[in-house]
Design a protein around this ligand. Structure first.
Ligand code: AMP
Ligand code: ZN
Length: 112
């Protein structure tokens, strides 16, 4: 997708603050962090929303990658939150699937 912000990051046209990368996923720091640790984990393949995620293996891989990055960031034991915003009422702003990894402070519940 030529017009997608996160696809431009995958293509190297925009350089985010990358914390992890492999063949399938890219993870980088959120530009407007909502917690001391706020990382976005995205599939390199353009998938617009969670509703469009059909690849179960990739779905599991994304979750495992979030947990691995939490360990690398040193928040696996203290705890963290993973969020996927889907579509308008879910608060999605960028229409390329991404998992938020938030940690480094206590999280309130329910989420806003
Ligand atoms: P969402 O509301 O779930 O679609 O989240 C989109 C996230 O992308 C927000 O938390 C933004 O702060 C973040 N974001 C937008 N532009 C950039 C960028 N250039 N680099 C890193 N994060 C970004
Ligand atoms: Zn994209």
């Amino acid at each position: 997708m030529t017009d997608c912000l996160f696809c431009k990051m995958v293509a190297g046209e925009i350089q985010p603050d990358i914390v992890y990368e492999d063949e399938q996923v890219l993870a980088f720091r959120d530009i407007n962090p909502k917690a001391p640790t706020h990382i976005l984990v995205i599939p390199k393949q353009h998938i617009a929303t969670l509703n469009d995620l059909q690849d179960k293996e990739l779905a599991g891989y994304l979750l495992q990658t979030v947990a691995q990055i939490a360990a690398i960031e040193g928040i696996a034991e203290t705890g963290y939150r993973t969020v996927i915003n889907c579509n308008n009422e879910g608060g999605q702003e960028v229409y390329h699937l991404h998992l938020h990894l938030l940690g480094g402070r206590p999280m309130a519940w329910p989420a806003g």
